[in-house]
Ligand binder design. Structure first.
Ligand SMILES: Cc1cc2nc3c(=O)[nH]c(=O)nc-3n(C[C@H](O)[C@H](O)[C@H](O)COP(=O)(O)OP(=O)(O)OC[C@H]3O[C@@H](n4cnc5c(N)ncnc54)[C@H](O)[C@@H]3O)c2cc1C
Length: 504
């Protein structure tokens, strides 16, 4: 029996000899949580034996739409699900909120993350978003969505699997636009997981509107001289280099007048004004850098792609990133729903379990419905991207853009709604620092802003939908006006209506 759309089947990962295993035991001791996940795959229970009533494969209806995942890929997803749960989720509680595993030179990375990455590589699942010639799997976006749903459950899983932002997007643009030397110097160690990188586009005076960017690069002989500021450059503290979109021609619109530069860390003139954190992280600390460039000289060979193509290159990486965030958010939402299901089955109020309360049941049902709708939307958007890459048809590319922006706009609301319900049903424990829910909930508003605010994406959706809009001939009452249509229908069937009349 084929598993339905990659429902992760719990399975032990079976590796007991790593430092991670030691940490896992510690984490397990603290959390005491090792029961099967309630509500996981509540749609169709994964791993269930085929029904005796199911017809043999050759007799199944060939017209039936196939929402299932092929068994081979499902087996890989099962391995990932077990590995994430057993080996990676413990890191979330051991290193919660710390940047230690990002520090490639640190002990934690060497002792804990490296051995896990080695196992992922052994399985051939490393950097799955990349094509095979770059060491990835070339699995396409739909399969990637099924994988990312599992990785989204854990804060550290994307890093262990080599798919974490912003490195994943930076690797993509280096692969597409980088020359041989740039690939050797920056892409290879990045793909290998030896270094991390930063992407800097947003400026302090405004991110959603690149038309307001002022950070400038001016050509001077064999160098470019950069002056200006960038804001919220994620992962800068541990990055080996920055890829920055900078204005090189202020006399044309930004989509023609910006270029992409690779700036190694330590380049004189590039400095962090301060680190910015999220939420309650201490002021002055955090992984998102406020950067200042003061007469920062970068050799001409560090230009990525052609001058003036910076904006187009940025869009290449941002499209994929938005979709991948949505895929991982499905995983977060499912995790929140599992917690919610477990809670309402465990907690009693007024002499009975919470799960008997009608309002609570409604909340659970709303949650499941919303996740299913969102998940199908994400998978469909992923399919649109795969199809557009396959056909190269501009109409398909336009549809893919539409779907990505729609999914991007839907992501924060889905996360906020789902996690809020889970948090609320946990009462005070839910909003406390002893459960991960408030942190998960915070990722809703964050994803409403990162990679472009919701409004901007809804605007893209509306713009693309309106591209084919044709004004009604009857501008006053429109083409669905019933009296007008009745008159037209009477005229169309006048002969038959007359014969009917005469026969009466
Ligand atoms: C966690 C996180 C990580 C990030 N990482 C990076 C990174 O690595 N590199 C990087 O370059 N940037 C990064 N960013 C910045 C991000 O891309 C910007 O925050 C985003 O583009 C919005 O820009 P802004 O913050 O300046 O908001 P603004 O542009 O000031 O927008 C603020 C609000 O104004 C409204 N608004 C804006 N435009 C429109 C519109 N067209 N229609 C209607 N309303 C609108 C919206 O309500 C919007 O939320 C990150 C942000 C976050 C939160």
């Amino acid at each position: 029996m084929r598993a339905v759309l990659g429902d992760a089947r719990p399975e032990r990962a079976g590796r007991d000899d790593t430092a991670a295993e030691m940490l896992r035991r510690r984490a397990r001791g603290r959390t005491g949580r090792r029961r099967p996940r309630p509500g996981a795959g509540a749609d169709i229970a994964p791993g269930r034996a085929p029904s005796r009533l199911a017809p043999p494969a050759e007799e199944r209806n060939p017209c039936m739409w196939d929402f299932s995942t092929d068994p081979e890929f499902q087996a890989r997803l099962d391995w990932v699900a077990g590995f994430v749960r057993e080996e990676i989720e413990p890191l979330d509680v051991l290193f919660s909120g710390t940047a230690e595993p990002y520090d490639r030179d640190g002990e934690v990375f060497r002792e804990v993350v490296r051995p896990l990455q080695a196992q992922v590589k052994e399985q051939g699942l490393w950097a799955a978003h990349l094509p095979p010639h770059l060491g990835g799997m070339g699995m396409g976006q739909v399969r990637l969505a099924l994988l990312n749903e599992i990785l989204g459950r854990s804060q550290w899983a994307p890093m262990v699997f080599g798919t974490q932002a912003p490195d994943s997007g930076n690797a993509e643009i280096l692969a597409h636009y980088g020359n041989e030397e740039q690939r050797r110097r920056f892409l290879e160690p990045l793909l290998d997981g030896r270094i991390v990188s930063t992407f800097a586009m947003t400026e302090p005076q405004g991110g959603a509107d690149p038309g307001g960017f002022t950070c400038r690069a001016v050509r001077d002989g064999d160098e470019w001289v950069i002056n200006g500021e960038k804001w919220f450059a994620s992962n800068y503290p541990h990055a080996a280099f920055v890829i920055a979109m900078i204005i090189t021609d202020p006399d044309v619109p930004v989509h023609q007048g910006s270029s992409m530069f690779i700036i190694p860390k330590g380049t004189p003139g590039m400095a962090q004004v301060r680190g910015t954190g999220l939420g309650e992280e201490p002021i002055g600390e955090g992984a998102h850098a406020y950067l200042r460039f003061t007469d920062c000289r970068v050799p001409a060979e560090n230009l990525l792609g052609e001058p003036g193509t910076g904006f187009a290159i940025a869009q290449t990486r941002l499209g994929g990133g938005r979709l991948h965030h949505a895929m991982r958010s499905v995983g977060q939402c499912r995790r929140a729903m599992e917690m919610m299901t477990e809670r309402i089955a465990s907690r009693s109020t007024r002499g009975g379990p919470l799960s008997k309360q009608q309002a609570v049941r409604q909340s659970l049902a709303d949650t499941w419905i919303q996740i299913e709708q969102f998940r199908l939307q994400v998978l469909h958007a992923a399919w649109q991207v795969d199809r557009s890459r396959e056909t190269g048809d501009p109409a398909h590319a336009r549809l893919a853009r539409l779907h990505i922006s729609a999914v991007k706009a839907a992501t924060p609301k889905t996360l906020v709604d789902v996690v809020y319900r889970a948090m609320h049903l946990h009462g005070s424990l839910g909003v406390s620092n002893e459960l991960p829910l408030i942190r998960m909930w915070q990722s809703g508003p964050v994803l409403g802003v990162a990679d472009g605010p919701t409004e901007a994406h809804k605007d893209v959706v509306a713009r693309l939908l309106l591209q084919d809009a044709v004004p009604a001939e009857d501008r006053l009452f429109g083409s669905e006006h019933i009296p007008t249509r009745q008159a037209a229908a009477r005229e169309k069937f006048a002969g038959r209506l007359k014969r009917l009349e005469e026969a009466r």
